[in-house]
Design a protein around this ligand. Structure first.
Ligand SMILES: Nc1ncnc2c1ncn2[C@@H]1O[C@H](COP(=O)(O)OP(=O)(O)OP(=O)(O)O)[C@@H](O)[C@H]1O
Ligand SMILES: [Mg+2]
Length: 206
């Protein structure tokens, strides 16, 4: 097992409910996600098999982080993804933070509206199906001092047993629309003390 990647506490970035995310020790633009609890495996396998489907379809990965394949690590099996960094080198911060803080919402208001619209268009263009879209699983990436975008890093794929939406564009688009509207409703609800969010969502929908 000499090609096992040795991860350490210094490589640790963050974790969600299922996976821990580490910097790739040999590539500053990649990260490695490792499952750390029971139940994580099903979700990870679903996401990876959907990523393989998207790679076969040759989509452009404007809306979601790229996937590079499995690796073996000292913490168990891992999966390598594109690590989303700002142009400053900092790891990009979730949209959740920008919506929870009125000052940040105000500062980036126009960019948030535009990048939310662009994210939806990119999902529709490539017909990318996601599970529930959550603002904690979308990063607001600063590409330069005045260019920003949103990119989804988690919960990609379709949980349906017979994923008709993976193959029939009409069903894919309908599913993306539904998931997107639920996402917009959720950000209003989660940020009820931020008065700017309702207006922001209205503008996104215009
Ligand atoms: N591609 C990435 N680029 C930068 N940071 C990332 C990336 N992927 C994950 N992270 C960071 O690691 C955290 C955990 O990763 P992820 O959301 O994939 O885990 P999870 O357990 O599947 O989450 P959830 O609880 O939403 O199911 C993220 O919230 C984010 O802070
Ligand atoms: Mg997550």
């Amino acid at each position: 097992m000499n090609n096992t990647i040795q991860l350490s506490i210094e490589d640790y970035i963050s974790r969600g409910l299922h996976r821990k995310c580490y910097r790739h020790p040999n590539d500053p633009n990649k990260c490695i996600k490792v499952n750390y609890n029971v139940g994580a495996e099903d979700e990870t396998n679903r996401e990876i098999s959907y990523y393989k489907h998207l790679i076969r379809r040759n989509v452009s990965f404007d809306a979601i982080a790229k996937y590079y394949g499995p690796v073996s690590t000292n913490y168990g099996k891992g999966h390598v993804f594109q690590l989303i960094r700002d142009y400053t080198g900092e790891i990009a911060i979730p949209l959740e933070k920008y919506l929870a803080d009125t000052k940040l919402t105000k500062q980036y208001y126009d960019d948030l509206v535009t990048s939310l619209r662009n994210l939806k268009s990119a999902l529709l263009k490539d017909r990318i199906i996601t599970m529930t879209i959550k603002s904690k699983n979308i990063l607001f990436q600063h590409l330069s001092a005045d260019n920003r975008r949103l990119i989804i890093i988690d919960n990609i794929g379709n949980s349906t047993l017979i994923p008709i939406a993976n193959y029939i564009p009409f069903f894919a688009k309908a599913k993306i629309e539904r998931t997107w509207q639920r996402f917009l409703t959720s950000i209003i609800k989660e940020n009820s003390n931020n008065k700017l969010i309702t207006r922001l969502v209205d503008e996104v929908n215009q």
